[in-house]
Design a protein around this ligand. Structure first.
Ligand code: M6R
Length: 620
């Protein structure tokens, strides 16, 4: 949902900002822009800027030969909310004089009334965006009450604003001052020697520093040559903690893979090892969650669980429900966060609300946990990005340790969330005395085998690619994904992966629902991807496959290695290693991801930056 970068230091801000924006392009890529404070050479300093429609490569091209230079600047890569993608609507936005520039991530909800107020006062708008309002408001205060004090002018403007924002502000009159502020949308301040950075997300900074401060809601940071001050909007000094990020710079590079998505798919054996590392006690059948920070007694007292999440994380939550209800014997509901937050839910003090989020910044999920907390529920985050809003606002967090996920389609984050639910299930089940030590030992042993099983799936990437080529012509319009129990969410996730990166319409269904309507869709032009691994519902899936074949449907089965029966009824089979059925969604995820990846790349789609999407949905 837009990436912003800002810099004040000793290097050319253009290089730093463009490097950072490239690392944030996953957040939005319909247009981009940059502005720097340029030396006036005897004249007053000025703001030089370049903007472009389209991806950052376009901005790179325009910058070539543009001679932009300066030690202070801001840049932006956009995911449009207000106003179509166009050069005029791209950021930075300027006040009428062109001496104040603003980049913004978020939505100013009352921008229309602010704009009308400003227009009556003679301010001239050049775009349709909500952001431009901010630039004019800052100017209004700068020339008025703030009397040339930029920080004070920004504070004044922000007091009038309702909505979510992370902003960077520069002014040609102040060549040594960068202002950043945040409410709702994420912003990190990177700390270097004689230089300071701001960015929407840490990967933008890793090339320059790994020491960061996560700006809190309602905080403003004034960055000058003398250092940084952190304050609340009403002027209270804040002393935020500096955190050291242990991801290295390589984590934000493709490292030889053609796409981030493929790299991240292939990282999954290591990711699973990371999630499990130090958390399994094979001898006692226990799981150790030392960093969870929720007291075991509190967890024991919980009588029900509500899982809130969006998209892929919601699918992980559905698997979590199946695991927790079966093994920890606790009632679980799973809700899409955007529904939960608006339907006046009834959380109780003994409800545990689990918020699942890779980014930890998804606006709907963040709001859902705030509502749950107001009602007295305990909140546990299942979060990848340490220091993110959901991390900080949860009572306890189970980190998924997947490392930065750059591809817009979630892959390793999903399997790490599934593994986190498997861990939490054993932990809670043992705590509630509903899982014996022997059963715990067995489940722990199954968990330990997962990284190797994932590797075995990855070793078949060539076969899956081949298979996707067979399917290329038939999946052109629509596809069905079917599964039951633990792999019903796998069907939903398979359909989401295919549609978001290949633009092929796909639906995921609980296979038992087929006869209640969706079977009408089956033709030889609508392939059905059927997850039929060995387990309790295997025979039921075989029946569903036969029903599809009886109607001339085309079946791609995902089945357990050595299963000959499934091959008799299917057009194509992708095999996965034998696996404990409740954990099989973790293994099944690999062929599902690879299949979608190859279909999409065969169709020439940009899998890392699919149309209309952005990685981190920080607006509702
Ligand atoms: O960062 P989050 O896990 O909260 O993101 C939630 C969804 O936006 C995300 O899972 C989305 O559905 C994926 N990009 C799909 O691959």
């Amino acid at each position: 949902m837009c990436g912003i970068v800002g810099y004040l230091g000793t290097r050319n801000a253009v290089d730093v900002i463009m490097s950072g924006l490239h690392r944030l392009e996953y957040r939005g890529y319909d247009s981009a822009g940059i502005a720097v404070v340029a030396n006036g050479d005897g004249q007053p300093n000025r703001l030089d800027w370049v903007k472009s429609l389209g991806k950052l490569a376009e901005l790179d091209r325009k910058l070539d030969g543009a001679n932009l230079a300066g030690a202070l600047g801001i840049g932006h890569t956009r995911w449009a909310t207000h106003g179509t993608p166009s050069e005029a609507n791209s950021h930075p936005h300027f006040d009428t004089s062109g001496r104040i520039a603003v980049v913004h991530n978020g939505i100013i909800e009352n921008f229309q009334e602010l704009r009308e107020m400003l227009e009556t006062q003679g301010f001239l708008f050049r775009s349709q965006t909500d952001t431009e309002t901010l630039a004019h408001l800052i100017r209004m205060y700068y020339d008025g009450e703030a009397a040339g004090d930029l920080a004070e002018a920004v504070r004044g403007a922000l007091r009038l604003v309702q909505g979510a924002y992370a902003i960077g502000v520069v002014c040609a009159d102040h060549p040594d001052l960068l202002i950043a502020a945040r409410q709702g949308s994420p912003l990190v301040v990177g700390i270097g020697e004689d230089e300071t950075f701001i960015a929407s997300d840490v990967p933008a900074l890793l090339r320059f520093t790994r020491d960061v401060v996560y700006l809190e809601n309602g905080q403003i940071c004034c960055i000058s040559r003398d250092g940084r001050t952190f304050e609340t909007l009403d002027g209270q000094t804040a002393e935020p903690a500096v955190r050291h990020i242990d991801w290295d710079d390589a984590a934000a590079e493709k490292e030889g893979f053609p796409h981030f998505m493929l790299k991240e798919i292939h990282q999954q054996p290591d990711v699973l090892r990371n999630v499990l590392q130090g958390r399994l006690a094979p001898d006692t059948g226990d799981v150790v969650l030392a960093d969870l920070a929720l007291a075991p007694d509190q967890l024991k007292a919980c009588q029900n669980i509500v899982i809130v999440a969006c998209g892929t994380a919601w699918h992980a939550g559905l698997v979590g429900k199946y695991l927790l209800e079966r093994f920890a014997k606790i009632p679980v509901e799973v809700e899409v966060s955007s529904e939960y937050r608006y339907r006046e839910p009834l959380a109780r003090p003994n409800t545990l609300v689990i918020a699942v989020s890779q980014s930890g910044e998804t606006a709907d999920t963040l709001e859902a946990i705030r509502i749950a907390k107001q009602q007295g529920a305990q909140v546990m985050g299942v979060v990848n990005v340490v220091g993110s809003s959901i991390d900080r606002e949860s009572d306890g967090v189970l980190y998924t340790h997947a490392g930065p996920e750059i591809g817009v389609a979630s892959t390793k984050a999903y399997t790490s969330q599934l593994a986190a639910f498997a861990l939490f299930t054993i932990y809670l089940a043992r705590l509630r005395n509903v899982l014996s030590a022997d059963e715990g030992r067995e489940m722990v042993a199954h968990l330990r085998m997962l990284p190797d099983k994932i590797q075995q799936c990855l070793d078949q990437a060539g076969i899956i690619e081949q298979c996707s080529r067979n399917f290329k012509y038939i999946v052109a319009h629509s596809a069905l994904y079917l599964g039951r129990t633990f792999n019903y969410p796998s069907a939903l996730e398979g359909a989401l992966k295919l549609k978001e990166i290949s633009y092929i319409h796909a639906e995921g269904y609980a296979a038992g629902e087929m006869k209640h309507g969706p079977i009408a869709l089956v033709t030889d032009m609508v392939p059905a991807i059927c997850i039929a691994v060995k387990g309790d519902v295997y025979e039921k899936m075989i029946s569903n496959i036969q029903e599809i074949r009886a109607r001339q449907g085309v079946v791609l089965a995902i089945a357990t290695e050595g299963d000959i029966k499934v091959a008799q009824y299917s057009d194509h089979v992708i095999y996965v290693p034998e696996c404990f059925e409740p954990f099989s969604p973790i293994v099944v995820a690999i062929p599902i991801q690879l299949f979608a990846y190859y279909i999409a790349t065969n169709r020439g789609c940009d899998v890392d930056q699919p149309r209309n999407l952005a990685k981190s949905v920080t607006v509702e």
